[in-house]
Design a protein around this ligand. Structure first.
Ligand code: ZN
Length: 367
């Protein structure tokens, strides 16, 4: 079975499976990757596989049915502990690391195998300043002399915030960002969104669950209007060549108003680039004599829905090279949006630029 059944992370799962089958487990791991990439899930699967009663020589992976596997699944295995910063706190105080994590590390495994300590949001360990004790230092002492039967797994979305001394004591495994489908499934399951809305937010967030939640968040008046962002982007992609300037300005202004906040604006521009990229691939396929929708399904960002229809339309109205350039202009605008506060101006210039680009004939002369 292995750990391959953890969705979306075959590389990391494979690496852990191999370590397991060779009996070469590290004493400390650092799982890094964006929020939503499955770090917690894979840590639990790993613990399950190591602790499974049915596992033995030649059998790698959890059976899923024994008492041990079921206890891990139910979050009540005595040898698997998950730590998070205390409620209402953003950091791990020294006391929590000393009294909870270190104390547990030195207990003998209750069921005779190994003991797993999973430290979620490890970047919330504090670094010392001005001679103060830091919780990262307290953990470091544990990593320097780990008890033999204990396996420590640190999970971090922002590993750069951890001290080098902590990182270097761990075997680091990098998780890939989840694909949008996968992320959307999590948003549907955990946040009760409808699928369409979830998928759009996932695309907009570029595969980061925390960003997607931030975008959707109940953050009062600053909340972006994702529905309007989507409608405006689709209208741009469908209709851009040959629209008069006043209409371009109206579109720019609609996007500016809907994509409130920096996060939503950069997300929207990234999405615009992805739409033009899909259109460019489709146009490329047409130019090679294939069917409009016939590009290898896995290559396209958008399959189905109004996004697919809009990119079909754009592909029919332009050639692959110009659509690719359009994607690049959208990415350049995204980069610029980090530096220039004049959002509306940036969007107006982008739309004029795209209009000129897409309405030019193949020799680059505006028609
Ligand atoms: Zn089992």
């Amino acid at each position: 079975v292995g750990l391959g059944n953890v969705e979306g992370q075959p590389r990391v799962a494979n690496c852990l499976s191999q370590a397991l089958s060779r009996g070469r487990l590290a004493q400390a791991y650092l799982f890094t990757g964006p929020e939503g990439s499955g770090k917690r899930r894979l840590a639990a699967e790993f613990a399950k596989a190591v602790l499974c009663r049915e596992a033995g020589p030649g059998v790698v992976g959890a059976c899923g049915g024994c008492a041990s596997c079921q206890a891990v699944d139910g979050g009540r295995h005595p040898d698997v502990a998950l730590f998070q910063p205390e409620k209402g706190k953003t950091a791990y105080p020294v006391r929590q690391v000393r009294e909870e994590i270190r104390r547990q590390a030195y207990l003998k495994p209750a069921l005779g195998g190994k003991r797993f300590l999973i430290v979620d949001r490890a970047e919330a360990l504090t670094r010392g300043a001005g001679g103060q004790n830091a919780s990262a230092d307290t953990l470091l002492k544990l990593l320097e002399e780990p008890p033999p039967d204990t396996i420590i797994i640190l999970l971090a979305s922002h590993p750069a915030r951890l001290p080098d001394t902590v990182r270097s004591r761990c075997q680091q495994l990098r998780f890939d960002p989840p694909d949008s489908e996968n992320l959307a499934r999590q948003l549907v399951a955990e946040d009760g969104l409808d699928r369409d809305e979830a998928l759009f937010a996932a695309h907009l967030a570029g595969g980061d669950l925390a960003v997607a939640r931030g975008l959707l968040g109940v953050r009062k008046k600053d909340k972006p209007d994702l529905r309007a962002v989507r409608e405006t982007l689709l209208e741009i992609v469908r209709s851009l060549p040959r629209r008069p300037y006043p209409e371009l300005f109206a579109l720019a202004s609609a996007l500016d108003a809907a994509a409130r906040g920096w996060l939503a604006l950069t997300g929207a521009l990234g999405l615009l680039a992805a739409l033009y990229r899909d259109a460019s691939l489709k146009a490329l396929r047409q130019e090679a004599g294939g069917e409009p929708g016939g590009v290898g399904g896995g290559v396209l960002t958008f399959r189905g829905g109004p996004e697919q229809a809009a990119t079909d339309e754009a592909a029919a109205g332009s050639d692959a090279g110009r659509l690719r350039d359009a994607a690049l202009r959208a990415l350049a605008a995204q980069e610029n949006s980090r530096r220039y506060p004049a959002r509306l101006l940036l969007l107006e210039v982008l739309l004029i630029d795209l209009e000129t680009l897409l309405s030019a004939d193949r020799l680059g002369v505006p028609s």
